[in-house]
Design a protein around this ligand. Structure first.
Ligand SMILES: [Zn+2]
Ligand SMILES: [Zn+2]
Ligand SMILES: [Zn+2]
Length: 214
């Protein structure tokens, strides 16, 4: 069961207490995940032979005790024969890890970066907004792979062509698209401006999730 509550820590607490009371009877286990979607980082640049355990070891060395507060994804191939991994992390430790920016894993210096979520519109396929806020052209009838009108992507035999930037070699909304990259760098800029505001405020009031397991 997953209960999502927006910006109301008191409600989260009282529901948690209620369920925990019941949990004593039924054997439920509970845990609270705070704003987990926004607490995701990428670590990139590990050498091809690096294993997950080495990443964890390096993180523990950087911030002792952090291992108990994170969930690691799987190692995946990244550019230039390196690897990357995605990690969900408790918000208290998130900022500590991000502050490091780099981490030595084995004999490689790897980058640590926050994961950004770029909104993508299903109507005009552009990044940076959702369908309900769209003022763009309706591309829904077009092929998502090549942008033509007379067929759908599942029947497409053309090469990939993006109707947003008119370039071949990727489809709309791809990570390689200029439209997407522009919005990603916008988010990064906002984040670095926001950081100093957060330092002043020091009270993050994001949505909280309450999860009961089993
Ligand atoms: Zn749109
Ligand atoms: Zn097509
Ligand atoms: Zn494009």
């Amino acid at each position: 069961m997953l209960i999502t509550l927006e910006k109301d820590k008191t409600a989260v607490k009282s529901i948690e207490d209620e369920i925990k009371k019941k949990a004593n009877i039924t054997g439920l286990r509970t845990r609270v995940l705070e704003d987990s979607a926004r607490n995701t980082i990428h670590i990139r640049g590990m050498d091809a032979l690096c294993e997950k355990a080495e990443v964890l070891e390096a993180l523990e060395k950087l911030i002792p005790g952090v291992g108990a507060h994170l969930q690691m994804g799987e190692m995946r191939p990244f550019r230039n024969n390196t690897q990357a991994i995605t990690i969900n992390i408790n918000s208290t430790y998130l900022n500590k890890i991000l502050a490091a920016e780099e981490i030595r894993i084995g004999c490689t210096i790897c980058t640590i970066e926050k994961k950004y979520t770029v909104n993508k519109c299903r109507k005009c396929w552009r990044s940076g907004h959702l369908e309900r806020d769209c003022k763009g052209e309706d591309l829904k009838e077009r092929c998502f792979k090549c942008g033509e009108l007379d067929h759908k992507a599942k029947d497409c035999t053309n090469n990939e062509k993006c109707p947003l930037c008119k370039e071949e070699g990727h489809r709309a909304g791809s990570g390689r698209c200029r439209d997407f990259r522009r919005h990603l760098s916008q988010l990064r800029r906002q984040e670095s401006i926001g950081k100093s505001a957060i330092r002043r405020q020091k009270s993050s009031q994001g949505p909280s999730q309450f999860i009961s397991e089993n």
